[in-house]
Design a binder for this molecule. Structure first.
Ligand SMILES: Cc1cc2nc3c(=O)[nH]c(=O)nc-3n(C[C@H](O)[C@H](O)[C@H](O)COP(=O)(O)O)c2cc1C
Ligand code: SF4
Ligand code: SF4
Length: 256
């Protein structure tokens, strides 16, 4: 039986998690969103698979915190699948911290893989490239599920230059905190609450006038910005960071 936990601020990781769950279904699989579950809800199980998006050549803080809390002996095996926007060597050390956290809790990682999906920040990938990435990752899910089922260890060799980029990328975590303080909701906000109910870091509070107030716990995941039905949320200065027209994976899927 597999417990498949995914963290997917804007939908890419969730899409691939569903694909993996389909392959693991005959063996029993629980598919759960990382930010909305508590550890007490998690049953002891044979194999825990954590799927996460790559942010700044690392795993997001939300995922590191979750893994830090997993008690010793809860699972027999653990595996990691990171999803970035390319298979470039720069992402090569993305799972390093997660592997160390697992090792501290007495776990050794069986499968450790990286996949690529369309970019969700700064610029929109052209439709053809985006669709190609989605198809290739979907295809790779089949071989990853095989490794999981056969318990075939797939730990990548991490180059020194990937580790360096991974270390430098940690500055992104600090930049994200500032980004959170820059966010604000404009006049079109209709107080629907979608943003404050879904922020993975609980960084958005509903204040007296039923409007959102953003704090400094942001991980720059873009979820609030892209999911606001009124497109009311923008950063004051870093306006180049969110994709102007928003991000929607279904846009790429429905075109083909
Ligand atoms: C703040 C931020 C930082 C990112 N950094 C990287 C990165 O270092 N390498 C990469 O390949 N993709 C990076 N991406 C792209 C995402 O990892 C990628 O699009 C992922 O599939 C998004 O998954 P999600 O839609 O489930 O959130 C970044 C995205 C965001 C929002
Ligand atoms: S999601 Fe948008 S419209 Fe809804 S409360 Fe947040 S800012 Fe306002
Ligand atoms: S405030 Fe918005 S961008 Fe920041 S972590 Fe929350 S949902 Fe993500």
């Amino acid at each position: 039986m597999y417990t498949l936990i995914y963290f997917s601020p804007t939908g890419n990781v969730f899409y691939l998690a569903k694909s993996l769950a389909k392959y693991l279904k005959p063996f029993g699989v629980q598919l759960l969103p990382l930010e909305f579950i508590s550890l007490n809800q998690l049953e002891s199980n044979e194999h825990l698979v954590v799927m996460y998006p790559i942010h700044g050549f690392n795993a997001p803080r939300t995922v590191k915190r979750f893994i830090r809390q997993i008690p010793l002996g809860r699972y027999k095996d653990v595996s990691l699948i990171g999803v970035g926007s390319s298979l470039h060597w720069m992402n090569g050390a993305a799972s390093s911290d997660l592997r160390k956290l697992f090792a501290k809790n007495g776990y050794s990682v069986i499968v450790d893989e990286i996949l690529a999906m369309p970019l969700t920040i700064i610029l929109s990938f052209p439709d053809d490239l985006a669709y190609k990435l989605i198809q290739e990752s979907d295809e790779k899910m089949k071989s990853i599920s095989k490794s999981l089922i056969e318990r075939k260890q797939t730990i990548p060799f991490v180059k020194g230059k990937s580790l360096l980029v991974n270390f430098l990328g940690k500055a992104e975590s600090f930049a994200s905190k500032l980004f959170g303080l820059e966010l604000h909701a404009g006049k079109t906000c209709n107080s629907c609450g979608i943003c404050w109910n879904n922020c993975p870091e609980k960084n958005i509070k509903c204040i007296d006038n039923n409007k959102p107030k953003f704090g400094s716990n942001c991980i720059m995941c873009m979820r609030c910005i892209y999911s606001c039905p009124e497109k009311a949320i923008t950063p004051r200065f870093s306006k180049f960071l969110p994709i102007k027209q928003g991000y929607s994976l279904s846009k790429y899927l429905t075109k083909h």
